[in-house]
Design a binder for this molecule. Structure first.
Ligand code: ZN
Length: 221
């Protein structure tokens, strides 16, 4: 049994990984991420389109080992996983913008509650671990409900007008970045705010995309 649900201090956490940790993907003892699971986290990009018509490239499919590792990064504080997951994100970014181009990489904003709970912003951390710089142009304007269990129209209403641009100057080419795309409603809201401020949307890149049949049951942010 590998129970690491508590959130010990960083030193204790690292010691736990070294001494009694187990693989985030398959629970194999003695490693944060076994060789087999590391191979499963190699990007295999999938292409999606948001309801608003924006193109999206996702590095991984949100199921099995990738889903387990992303949940551990998001909900259990295992930030060391941001390195292999950031490498997967980098592949999707490079597929969208060969050589990373001149676009600003703008993360979907993290709610204040999630930031307080985790102490870090997942999309921002992934961009940095991908070796790229973060343009934190968006901020949340209000609290939104958990998107799980909502259909496409409900998700759109839930996130409507929930983001604002932090710096008024527009005219930038933007590539949005998020951890998981479900229906794409959140990405469309981010694009609305950025476009209204005079920026040009190139599209979005996410670490993972939920399989089609699970669009309405997964990915709490
Ligand atoms: Zn494993």
């Amino acid at each position: 049994m590998c129970d690491r649900s508590r959130t010990p201090a960083l030193v204790d956490e690292i010691a736990a990984f070294l001494l009694s940790g187990c693989c985030s993907g398959c629970d194999l003892p003695g490693t944060l991420l076994c060789r087999w699971c590391r191979d499963v986290l190699v990007a295999d990009p999938v292409h999606r389109t948001t309801p608003g018509g924006m193109p999206v490239v996702a590095a991984l499919t949100y199921e099995g080992v990738p889903a387990r590792c992303i949940r551990r990064l998001k909900e259990e504080g295992e930030t060391l996983l941001a390195r292999p997951l950031g490498a997967a994100l980098r592949v999707a970014i490079d597929e969208f913008l060969p050589g990373t181009g001149r676009a600003r990489l703008v993360p979907v904003p993290t709610s204040r509650a999630a930031f307080r709970r985790r102490g870090y912003r997942v999309p921002d951390l992934l961009i940095r671990r991908a070796g790229l710089s973060v343009s934190r142009l968006l901020a949340p304007t209000r609290t939104t409900a958990d998107q799980r269990g909502l259909d496409i129209a409900e998700r759109r209403r839930n996130v409507a007008q929930s983001m604002r641009v932090r710096h008024a100057r527009g005219g930038r080419d933007i590539l949005l970045v998020d951890d998981v795309i479900t229906t794409g409603a959140t990405l469309d809201e981010a694009a609305r705010a950025l476009t209204a401020a005079g920026n040009r949307m190139l599209g979005a890149v996410t670490l993972a995309a939920t399989p089609r049949h699970r669009e309405f049951t997964s990915n709490a942010s």
